[in-house]
Design a protein around this ligand. Structure first.
Ligand SMILES: [Zn+2]
Ligand SMILES: [Zn+2]
Length: 217
């Protein structure tokens, strides 16, 4: 039988998901569109054309949409119990998903960074549907955030949801804030890793994780 640790409406989500359920009024939206229009005009955009007249509205709406990870994901979580029998399967047997593509907004520059996530865990108390790992990555990515934080939040959420023997998270991403401005380093890929539990203590699990992800270089 599936255990629902929480559901969307009736019970509060765990704090580890950082969900805010944003409420923006129509009056606020109008004001924000005005701010955007003022900035775009000052920076050189002609808002008096058929193509740009609604650009401030589209910009505000778009920014809200790409950060909807704050609003939660009703389909995110259904956690299944598993039976831990101990032994090597329990300590060493990995579930690995990836590449999971994601898009995020850098909180330093409000410019996108995007890439792939690979998530692994070693089950103990619970298992989770594979598609939920994708949902979890996107829940944390679709915010104003940092690559390092997304990885840490994924690891912490899986630890608290699944009580596993270990969690591994590897992210690689391109940051437009670096590629379009700043150092203009178009080809650079930023890589981050997070290890919990057995992955932290056992280097061979980490290399097995990278091999299974096809990331051995
Ligand atoms: Zn940035
Ligand atoms: Zn176990």
């Amino acid at each position: 039988m599936a255990v629902e640790l929480w559901t969307d409406e009736d019970s509060p989500e765990p704090a580890v998901l950082g969900i805010q359920h944003r409420q923006i009024t129509a009056e606020q939206l109008r004001r924000f569109e005005g701010y955007a229009a003022e900035i775009f005009t000052a920076f050189g955009m002609d808002l008096n054309t058929p193509g740009t007249a609604n650009t401030p509205r589209r910009f505000i709406k778009g920014l809200f949409d790409v950060t909807n990870g704050y609003d939660g994901d009703p389909k995110l979580v259904r956690v299944f119990p598993t039976e831990c029998r101990g032994g090597p399967d329990c300590r060493l047997s990995q579930v690995i998903e990836g590449p999971i593509s994601f898009f995020a907004m850098c909180e330093h520059h409000v410019m996108p960074f995007y890439g792939q996530a690979y998530v692994g865990y070693i089950a103990h108390e619970h298992i989770v549907g594979i598609s939920k790992l994708t949902r979890l990555v996107r829940l944390f990515a679709r915010r104003f955030t940092l690559q390092e934080r997304i990885g840490r939040q994924i690891a912490e959420a899986l630890e608290s949801m699944l009580e596993p023997h270990g969690v591994a998270v590897y992210l690689e991403a391109q940051h437009l804030c670096m590629q379009m401005r700043g150092v203009n380093e178009a080809a650079s890929l930023t890589r981050t890793t997070h290890w919990r539990g057995n992955y932290d203590s056992n280097p061979s699990l980490r290399s097995e994780f990278f091999t299974a992800c096809g990331l051995e270089r």
